[in-house]
Design a protein around this ligand. Structure first.
Ligand code: IPM
Ligand code: MG
Length: 358
C-alpha cells in the first residue's frame, strides 16, 4: 500500500468548509482505489490561531511541514486582521520557504458549466496559467520612510533573477510540451518596463531554443486580457510574472464560469520540499458558515495533488466524477446559478465516485 503524508491547513473562512469537503471526497476515492492511503494531519493555523497566539502558524511551522508529501491548504484572510499580516504570516512563508516557485493554475470550462462568454464551451477554453511564485513583484523588497509625513516615500521593487526566470520558463515549456497542442504564450510588459521584463523576453527566447517542438508566442499583459476574452481558443499554456499571472488567473477563473471552481498548485518541481495545493477563491467571509461554498475548487485541487503524488489514475477518476456532477447540472452551488449546498455537491461527487464503472 502506497502511503502519502498530507498536511491539511484549512485556515480561514470557507477554507475550513471546503477542505473538510475535500477530505471527505478523498476518503471515498481512497477506499475505491485501494492502492494508496492518505495519512492526513490537520493543523489549526490561520487567523483564529493568530488571535490566540499572535502568530499565524507555530514558530517551528516549516520544520513540522517539511516531512509531509504535500500540503492541502484552504484559504487565508480575515476581516479583522490586515491582509498583508495573514498572507505574510502563513501562505507566503510556506511558498517561499519551500521554494514552491511554480504556481500552476488550470482554467477549463467543465461540462455543463456556462461561462460568461457567448458561444465559448469546454473545447474553446482549456488553459494552464503558470505563475512565477518566488520573486518578482511579491519579493517583499521595499520600504517606507517619513511615515505619515507629506514627504513619505514608499518603494516596492520587483526582483527578477536569471535563475528564477529561467526555471519558470523551463517549467512552462515542459508543461506546454506535455499537452496535445504544445503552445506557450509568454506574457510580459516589456514595452513599458525595460529592465526585468526585457530580461524575461530574452530568457524566454533562449529557452525556446531548447523546445523546438513547442510553438511559442509573446503577448503584452494588457493585450493578453483582450485576447483571453476575444480569442480564448488561441491560448494553451501561459507563463507570466507573479503579479501579472495573479491578475490573469482571476480573469481566467471568471471566464471559466466561477472562481469557486478554480484550483491551484504551488509546486517545488525539484521535490526537495512538499508542494502545496489550494483552491484559488480565498476565504470569502461573506458566505462563511452558510454552507454554500462551492467545494469543486478544493476537489479539483485534490486531483492536482494526487497527480503530483504520482496517483494519476485516481486523479483522473476524481476529475471524471466532478465532471459527471457538473454535466448533470442539478447539484450546483449558488455561484454557478444553482441552490445546492456544499454538502449536497460533496455527496454528489462521492456518489459519482462510488458508482463510476471504470
Ligand atoms: C491568489 C491570491 C493571493 C495572491 C492573495 C490572497 C494575496 O489572490 O492566490 O491569487 O495574490 O497571491
Ligand atoms: Mg489572485
Amino acid at each position: 500500500m502506497r502511503e502519502y503524508r498530507i498536511a491539511a491547513i484549512p485556515a480561514d473562512g470557507i477554507g475550513k468548509e471546503v477542505i473538510a469537503a475535500g477530505l471527505d471526497v478523498l476518503r471515498v476515492l481512497e477506499e475505491r482505489e485501494g492502492g494508496f492511503r492518505l495519512a492526513v494531519e490537520t493543523f489549526p493555523w490561520g487567523s483564529d490561531y493568530y488571535r490566540r497566539h499572535g502568530r499565524m502558524m507555530a514558530e517551528d511551522g516549516l520544520e513540522r511541514l517539511r516531512v509531509f508529501d504535500a500540503i492541502y491548504f484552504g484559504a487565508v484572510g480575515d476581516p479583522q486582521i490586515p491582509d498583508h499580516v495573514t498572507l505574510w504570516g502563513l501562505r507566503l512563508p510556506i511558498c517561499q520557504g519551500f521554494d514552491q516557485y511554480a504556481n500552476l493554475r488550470p482554467a477549463r470550462i467543465l461540462p455543463g458549466i456556462k461561462g460568461p462568454l457567448a458561444g465559448c464551451g469546454p473545447d474553446d477554453l482549456d488553459w494552464i496559467i503558470i505563475r512565477e511564485n518566488s520573486e518578482g513583484e511579491y519579493a517583499g523588497n521595499g520600504g517606507r520612510v517619513h511615515r505619515g509625513l507629506p514627504e513619505e516615500v514608499a518603494t516596492e521593487t520587483a526582483v527578477f533573477t536569471r535563475t528564477g526566470v529561467a526555471r519558470i520558463m523551463r517549467f512552462a515549456f515542459e508543461t506546454a510540451r506535455s499537452r496535445p497542442r504544445k503552445k506557450l504564450t509568454i506574457v510580459t510588459k516589456s514595452n513599458a518596463q525595460r529592465h526585468g521584463m526585457v530580461m524575461w523576453d530574452e530568457i524566454g527566447a533562449e529557452i525556446a531554443a531548447e523546445f523546438p517542438d513547442v510553438a511559442v508566442d509573446k503577448e503584452l499583459v494588457d493585450a493578453m486580457t483582450t485576447r483571453m476574452v476575444l480569442k480564448p481558443q488561441s491560448i494553451d499554456v501561459v507563463v507570466a510574472t507573479n503579479l501579472h499571472a495573479d491578475i490573469l488567473s482571476d480573469l481566467a477563473a471568471a471566464l471559466a464560469g466561477s472562481l469557486g471552481i478554480a484550483p491551484t498548485a504551488n509546486l517545488d518541481p525539484s521535490r526537495r520540499f512538499p508542494s502545496m495545493f489550494e483552491p484559488i477563491h480565498g476565504s470569502a467571509f461573506d458566505i462563511m458558515g452558510k454552507g454554500i461554498a462551492n467545494p469543486i475548487a478544493s476537489f479539483w485541487t485534490g486531483a492536482l495533488m494526487l497527480d503530483h503524488l504520482g496517483e494519476k489514475g485516481a486523479a483522473a477518476r476524481l476529475m471524471a466524477a466532478i465532471e459527471r456532477v457538473t454535466a448533470a447540472g442539478s447539484v450546483l452551488t449558488p455561484d454557478l446559478g444553482g441552490s445546492a449546498t456544499t454538502r449536497d455537491v460533496t455527496e454528489a461527487v462521492c456518489d459519482a465516485l462510488r458508482t463510476a464503472n471504470t
